[in-house]
Structures are given as C-alpha cells and as structure tokens.
Write a protein that binds this ligand. Structure first.
Ligand SMILES: NC(=O)c1ccc[n+]([C@@H]2O[C@H](COP(=O)([O-])OP(=O)(O)OC[C@H]3O[C@@H](n4cnc5c(N)ncnc54)[C@H](OP(=O)(O)O)[C@@H]3O)[C@@H](O)[C@H]2O)c1
Length: 321
C-alpha cells in the first residue's frame, strides 16, 4: 500500500528540481578559507569516508574534535593521526549508534560538556540491502541514519540554546528522493512491506529532513542553525555491511563512477564555518548549493507526527526539553 499522501506529493513534484539536482551533481563545492582555531567540532562516524576527511579538514584549520565512533581501535588510530599531524585536541566517544542506550549516553555526555560545541555534524550512516533489526527491535538503517541524530539533537537542545551559537549539519542525501511515495508512519520499522535498500535508506533520510523542519522551529531566534546536505556521490566504505555480491558490484561498478570524498569534507567545512552560512537554517544543500528537497520531505503535518513518534521510539517521552 502506498502512502495515502502519494497523490498529493505527485502533484508537487517539479521537473526543475530534478534538473537542478543533475546540474548541481556536476558542481564543485564552494570553498571556505577561514581558519577555525580552538573551536570545537563534533563529528559522528569519523573513522571512515566522509567523516574521516571532514575531521581531518576541520583539524587542519585548527579546530578541536570530539569524534563519536563505534570502533575503539580505529578511533585511537585517528586520534593519534590527527593530534600528531595538526596539533589540535582530538577526543572520541565510543558508541554504537544503532543502540538506543548508547545514543542516549553519548547525547547526555555531549550535553554535559562545559565547552561550547561550535559545529555538530551527524555523519554516521549505513546502507543495507536486507532488513536488519537492532537490539531494540528497530530497523537498523532508520536508527543509524535518522533516530540517532534525532535523539542527540533533542538531548542537546538546552545546551545549544544556552550557547546562543552553534551549527548543526546533518549529512543527508539526494537518496531521500528514493522515498518518492513519502514516509509510512504506520510502518517505520518495515514490517508491513517488502524491504528495499534504496527505499529504506531514502525513508530514513526523508525522516531526517522532516525532523529538520521541527528542530528549525525549536531553534528559531536562538542563534542555532540546523541544515542538511548531500555530500556528493563519493567513494567511501559505504555498503561494506552487505554481502559479497553487493560488495563486488559496488567495487567493480559503482565505485568507478564516484568522486573523491574530499569534496564532501570541503562542503561540510564551508557549511560549518563560512560567514555566508551565518543565520541560514532549515535548508538542504547539494554540497554547498541550496536545493528544494522532494515533496515528502517538506510535509509539515507529517513532520510533527514523526516528531511525536520519534520521541516515543527514541525513549524521550517524559524527558524535559
Ligand atoms: N558515499 C556517498 O556517496 C554518500 C552519498 C550520500 C550520502 N552519504 C552519507 O554520508 C554519510 C557517511 O557515509 P560514508 O559514505 O562516508 O560511509 P562510510 O565510509 O561507510 O562511513 C560511515 C561511518 O559511519 C560509521 N558508522 C556506521 N555504523 C555505525 C554505528 N552503528 N555506530 C556508530 N558509527 C557507525 C562508520 O564506522 P566504522 O568505520 O566503524 O564502520 C564510519 O565511520 C552517511 O550518512 C551516508 O548516508 C554518502
């Protein structure tokens, strides 16, 4: 069964947005040359791909880092590399962002930091071709790609508002357009329909864009911005959690068409640091070019319904914000 709203969304699709996306996919990101000495940047999933190069980019411009990673060995190696090369501070918090208790722990630890967080980058993500569930019984892509960022943002709201200045950037994707029929709030867990990697990935990214609508409202006039971006189609370790067939196909076909994730890191630096981005919030960027997301990601009514569901699924009901 398609989402009941599909007919409404269908009328709202604009070819011009698709052409803009195709055009923007060929563009390079805008570059920001300002340094970022002594600022604090939090990046999730900094042990590989886009997160890794983004952490290096910010460190190379003088920022201190807190990386939220699942792998202690990779985290220690990253810390050594960054401190050795750039002489900045690089701490890490270990958390498996598919597990609700670990997401809460990390959100709470970040919210209790005495230091201000200048930029928070939600980057960690996976792509699965087959449905997997987490220890909490939730569909895994939905949790890592969406619910983790929702919970951490929610737990950090008070701290960030007190700071009166911070930028949140969510690494989203043009892949949100794969969820062309919209979000199925009655089946966020993918139990009532056939699972598809592209559709579940697209849905989780749509959910994140919908959450941006409400967070943006919550952060109005506070000095906190929240934006989402597509990091380009870039060659990373994504897809490694799938079977050998998929990995072979990715290595031999998909990877050959992809760009270097250096462009993603440059874009994430520009969005986090540049003066041009001051006061810009609630927007979706293809690298550094603003785009209109697909209609299902702009649905205010669903955004508020999803907010309520996310509070419930994320175990946040009853926590004061
Ligand atoms: N690559 C692209 O073309 C592309 C396009 C659009 C959007 N994106 C988005 O970009 C983001 C980064 O992806 P990537 O391409 O750089 O992939 P990647 O190389 O696989 O990096 C993913 C990062 O997320 C971490 N991670 C995965 N599962 C985690 C978990 N349960 N808990 C904590 N950390 C976890 C990984 O840790 P490990 O090192 O331990 O595996 C790694 O650091 C994702 O949100 C993805 O959807 C990528």
């Amino acid at each position: 069964m398609k989402n009941k709203k599909f007919a409404k969304y269908f009328k709202e699709y604009k070819w011009s947005n698709i052409f803009a996306m195709i055009r923007n996919n060929r563009s390079d990101p805008k570059i920001c040359d300002n340094t970022y000495d002594g600022k604090l940047v939090v990046v999730t999933g900094a042990t590989s791909g886009i997160g890794y190069l983004t952490a290096r980019k910010y460190a190379s411009m003088g920022a201190n880092l807190i990386c939220v990673n699942r792998n202690p060995e990779k985290s220690e190696a990253l810390k050594k590399e960054i401190v050795g090369e750039f002489a900045v501070k690089c701490e890490y918090l270990i958390a498996d962002l598919s597990k609700l208790d670990e997401i809460h722990r990390v959100g709470n630890e970040l919210s209790q930091l005495k230091t201000e967080i200048d930029v928070l980058i939600h980057n960690a993500g996976i792509y699965l071709t087959k449905r997997e569930t987490t220890i909490d019984g939730l569909e895994k892509v939905f949790v890592i790609q969406y619910l983790a960022s929702f919970i951490i943002n929610y737990l950090l709201m008070d701290k960030l508002k007190t700071q009166e200045k911070a930028r949140i950037i969510m690494v989203n994707s043009e892949g949100h357009r794969f969820a062309a029929w919209g979000l199925r709030l009655d089946d966020l867990n993918w139990e009532k329909r056939r699972y598809s990697g592209l559709k579940s990935y697209g849905s989780a990214k749509v959910a994140q864009l919908l959450s941006m609508i409400v967070f943006n409202e919550q952060f109005k006039n506070t000095g906190i911005s929240i934006n989402a971006m597509h990091p380009g189609a870039v060659k990373t370790e994504t897809g490694q959690d799938n079977g050998p067939g998929y990995r072979w196909f990715k290595r031999n076909f998909i990877d050959k068409t992809l760009k270097s994730p250096e462009i993603s890191a440059e874009a994430l630096y520009y969005l986090g640091v540049s003066k041009e981005m001051e006061g810009v919030s609630g927007k979706f960027f293809n690298l550094t070019t603003e785009e209109e997301p697909a209609p299902p990601a702009l649905d205010n009514e669903i955004a508020y319904e999803l907010w309520e569901k996310s509070l419930e699924l994320g175990g946040l009901h009853g926590l004061k914000q």
